[in-house]
Design a protein around this ligand. Structure first.
Ligand code: SIN
Length: 323
C-alpha cells in the first residue's frame, strides 16, 4: 500500500527527509525509529568544508521560515567516514540513503558523484538550486543548458539514481525540468526554497546576515504543489515533492499532484518525530480510501480520468503506471 519507486529506486514508503532540515539524521534518532521512513536525504555535502553565511541565518516568518545557511558543512572528507555510516545504520536494511551534493563547478559535482558512488549510496540528489551562495548563484537551476550539462556530467560517472533538485525561482520550471531530464536525471526534486528577504525597519537593515534567504514551510506549499503538477504532466521523470508538508493530508495532496515521493523539511525543526508519524497516518488514510500510494500518484491530472467528488480518481492509470 505504501510502497513506491523513483525510477529504479524502490522505497518502502514515500516519506523522505528534505536536505538541510535533518542533518544526516543522527540527532533525530532519539525521537523516532528512522528505519521506518522511506529514506534520509543528507544536508548538502561540498568538496571542501564551508563555514556558511554570517549570522543571523534563520528567521521565522508567517507560515514559514527564511534561511541563509550558505551550505555550511564539514566537506566530503569528513562526511564519508563520519556521517555516511551513521545514515546507513539509521535507515537499516530497507530505508534508502540519499546524499545531496553541492558543487561550485561541474568538476566539483563530478568529483562528489564519483566519491559518493564509491562510498556506497542508494542515490544522489544534485543540489542545483541553493539560493544562499555567491558562486554561480542558481546558475545550474536557472539555465537549461547548465542544468543539463551538470546532470549529464554526474550521470556519466555514477551508476546510482540521480535526482536533480530544482529551484522555484524561475519563470518556467518545466523548461528546467526538461533540461534535467535531457541530462539523464532519474528523478526531480521540486522544489527548493523561494528567494525572500526581511528588513528590520528599526535598524533599516536586512535581518539576515547575507540579506536574502530561502523561504520554506507551509507558505510555499501551493507553489510547490503547482510546480509538481506542471512538471509531472509535461516530463516523464518521477518527481519528489517538497514544500511545507506538515500532515498526511499534505503528503496525499502532493501524490495527487503527481509526486511519487515527498520530502519533509521545515516542520521537522518543530517536530523531529514527524516523518514516522506521517508514515503511520498515511497508512491509515490510504486504508480508509482503499487506495495505494501508486494509485494516487498523478490522480489529479485530467489524463488520470474522472474522480468521484471527495474521492481519488476512480479510473485511469496513475502517473507511475503510465510511465
Ligand atoms: C543552505 O544551506 O543555505 C540551504 C540549502 C539550499 O537551499 O539548498
Amino acid at each position: 500500500m505504501l510502497a513506491t519507486r523513483l525510477g529504479t529506486l524502490q522505497l518502502t514508503n514515500p516519506v523522505l527527509s528534505a536536505s538541510g532540515t535533518f542533518g544526516s539524521g543522527w540527532e533525530g534518532r532519539e525521537f523516532s525509529d528512522l528505519s521506518r521512513v522511506g529514506g534520509l536525504v543528507s544536508k548538502t555535502v561540498t568538496v571542501k568544508p564551508r563555514p556558511g553565511n554570517p549570522p543571523p541565518r534563520i528567521l521565522e516568518t508567517p507560515a514559514g521560515m527564511l534561511n541563509s545557511i550558505g551550505l555550511e558543512n564539514k566537506g566530503a572528507d569528513y562526511f564519508i567516514p563520519e556521517s555516511l555510516p551513521k545514515m546507513k545504520q539509521l535507515v537499516g536494511e530497507h530505508g534508502r540513503v540519499i546524499v545531496n551534493i553541492g558543487g561550485e563547478s561541474i568538476d566539483e559535482f563530478v568529483e562528489l558523484a564519483e566519491r559518493f558512488t564509491a562510498a556506497g549510496v542508494d542515490a544522489l540528489e544534485v543540489n542545483l538550486s541553493c539560493p544562499n551562495v555567491q558562486e554561480g548563484r542558481l546558475l545550474f537551476s536557472t539555465s537549461p543548458q547548465m542544468c543539463e550539462r551538470a546532470v549529464a556530467a554526474v550521470k556519466a560517472v555514477t551508476d546510482v539514481p540521480v535526482f536533480a533538485k530544482l529551484s522555484p525561482n524561475v519563470t518556467d520550471v518545466v523548461e528546467i525540468a526538461r533540461a534535467a531530464a535531457a541530462g539523464g536525471a532519474d528523478g526531480l526534486t521540486a522544489i527548493n526554497t523561494l528567494i525572500g528577504m526581511a528588513i528590520d525597519w528599526r535598524r533599516q537593515r536586512p535581518v539576515l546576515g547575507r540579506g536574502i534567504g530561502g523561504l520554506s514551510g507551509p507558505a510555499i506549499r501551493p507553489v510547490a504543489v503547482r510546480m509538481v503538477y506542471e512538471i509531472t504532466r509535461a516530463v516523464d521523470v518521477p518527481v519528489i515533492g517538497v514544500g511545507g508538508i506538515q500532515s498526511a493530508s499534505d503528503v496525499l495532496e502532493f501524490l495527487c499532484a503527481g509526486a511519487a515521493a515527498v520530502q519533509v523539511g521545515t516542520a521537522q525543526f518543530a517536530d523531529p518525530a514527524l516523518m514516522v508519524r506521517l508514515v503511520e497516518d498515511l497508512e491509515r488514510e490510504l486504508a480508509g480510501l482503499g487506495r495505494s500510494v501508486g494509485e494516487l500518484i498523478g490522480s489529479a491530472h485530467p489524463e488520470a480520468g474522472p474522480a468521484t467528488p471527495g474521492q481519488p480518481a476512480a479510473a485511469g492509470a496513475s502517473a507511475q503506471e503510465r510511465r
